[in-house]
Ligand binder design. Structure first.
Ligand code: HAM
Length: 428
């Protein structure tokens, strides 16, 4: 009988694991330098937590099950509801703003395709307890900081920024009744992925007239905040309600420019996001060639904590998956080169020096250096080959009267005592 991994899951062999750790290390490093603290939640929760406010798309992708006590549970498809639950439980004792990050393993019962799997890792960066648009700016800055850290430039990726309240206002100004808002947003979210004809067809099915579709299309083409203000000219009833959202958007772009992330960011009102809980600025990160799915997505969600039984506190953040990011980095040749796995491979020059190999290996390891050796005695040439195969930086050849340290990349070698070797700086 031959067993296979489940469709949409990945096995991480050491070469894959190295890449995964390299990405997760960068996520953690960038989070910490931006002042975020790490948290985590259980891998499964009560099913209700995910069905209350995430929206149909995610609810339809849950891996849920009934436990032995008859409880309805689900594996987390995202961590935002768990974050809201955790913060709600300690809301009075947590100093605000709460700036937290996490790198959870998530599962969604999606149809596996390029960039979408059933199990993946997702970096989450959120600020809770801050209404200021600067909190949104900071989250977007953190995403850009990471992209830059991994070698992706503004020519490679773009943060496309939209606005839920402005989109809703445009729907209203176009005469779309309030009860069609959710259906219309769901259609608009799919828009950029569809042909014009398919988009028009599902928009009509959602109750939008051709005139309304055209009006919303004009709104989405606005290239800047001033043009947006013009769009609402003559509709002072609607305009009054979105004045603050327009100001926020202008301030957001100014803040991103001031922080040095402006070149990565662009206004794109076609971005509305698929999740139901967003209430403000929303954004998605895409590769510029447009051939891949979103690398990251997020926005402001000011009602989620309240919906989950807590107080009304402002919240904003994003999630970035490892799958599309990995594909993009591989396409751009930015993944780390394999190798360099251990510092020293210790080998004996002859039979007589074999017992000393273990002493040298033990001393190196106790000194915090990575060192490896062969279980079987072998000729020197074969052992050097083994050292290369294992990706060692240096071979330490043990003789009765001392050590030879050979750099396996350059071939340079030098004599050393064990004491000198232990004192040598890492990589030296
Ligand atoms: P999301 O748009 O569902 O948002 O996911 C964010 C990112 O996670 C996507 O852009 C993608 O990179 C990755 N992702 C999502 N589904 C999959 C999948 N099936 N396979 C591989 N990667 C995937 C959220 O999850 C929100 N909770 C993010 C958030 C945090 N909003 C505010 N705070």
């Amino acid at each position: 009988m031959e067993f296979q991994g489940v469709k949409g899951t990945r096995d991480f062999y050491p070469d894959d694991m190295r890449v995964r750790n390299w990405i997760v290390d960068a996520w953690r490093r960038v989070s910490l330098r931006n002042g975020f603290e790490e948290y985590d939640s259980p891998i499964f929760e009560y099913l209700d937590l995910f069905t209350v406010k995430s929206g149909q798309e995610i609810a339809g992708q849950l891996f849920n099950f009934v436990d032995r006590g008859g409880r309805q549970l689900a594996i987390r498809p995202e961590i935002t509801p768990s974050l809201a639950r955790m913060v709600n439980a300690k809301i009075n004792s947590l100093p605000r703003p709460i700036k937290w990050f996490s790198t959870p393993r998530l599962c969604r019962a999606e149809n596996p395709q390029k960039g979408r799997l059933r199990e993946f890792f997702q970096w989450n960066v959120d600020v809770i307890g801050a209404d200021s648009i600067l909190a949104d700016a900071e989250c977007i800055y953190v995403a850009v900081d990471l992209l830059r850290e991994l070698g992706l430039s503004a020519d490679d990726v773009r943060v496309r920024i939209g606005s839920r309240p402005l989109t809703i206002a445009a729907l209203r100004a176009a005469g779309v009744p309030a009860e069609f808002t959710d259906a219309a947003l769901a259609v608009l979210d799919k828009g950029p992925k569809l042909s014009e004809e398919d988009f028009a067809r599902i928009a009509r099915e959602a109750g939008l007239s051709d005139g309304q579709i055209a009006a919303v299309g004009r709104f989405q083409q606005a290239a800047g905040v001033d043009e947006l203000r013009e769009h609402f000219q003559g509709r002072e009833d609607v305009r009054a309600r979105v004045e603050k959202d327009l100001d926020d958007l202008a301030e957001l772009f100014a803040a991103l420019s001031a922080m040095g992330a402006g070149d990565y960011c662009t206004l794109d009102l076609r971005v509305v996001r698929g999740l139901a809980y967003y209430t403000g600025v929303v954004y998605e990160v895409f590769d510029r060639s447009g051939s891949l799915r979103a690398v990251a997505g997020g926005g402001r969600y000011d009602n989620l904590l309240e919906v989950l039984g807590g107080p009304k506190v402002g919240a904003t953040g994003f999630g970035m998956g490892d799958v599309v990011l990995g594909i993009l980095l591989a396409e751009k040749g930015k993944l780390p080169a394999p190798g360099g796995r251990i510092e020293y491979f210790v080998i004996e020059a002859d039979e007589a020096s074999r017992p000393m190999v273990l002493e040298v290996v033990g001393a190196l390891r106790r000194a915090g250096r990575s060192a490896d050796f062969n279980y079987r005695p072998q000729a020197l040439g074969k052992q050097l080959k083994a050292a290369n195969r294992r990706g060692a930086g240096r071979a330490v050849i043990v003789r009765a009267d001392g050590l030879t340290v050979k750099d396996l990349a350059s071939g340079d070698q030098r004599e050393a005592t064990l004491a000198q070797l232990l004192k040598a700086p890492a990589g030296g």
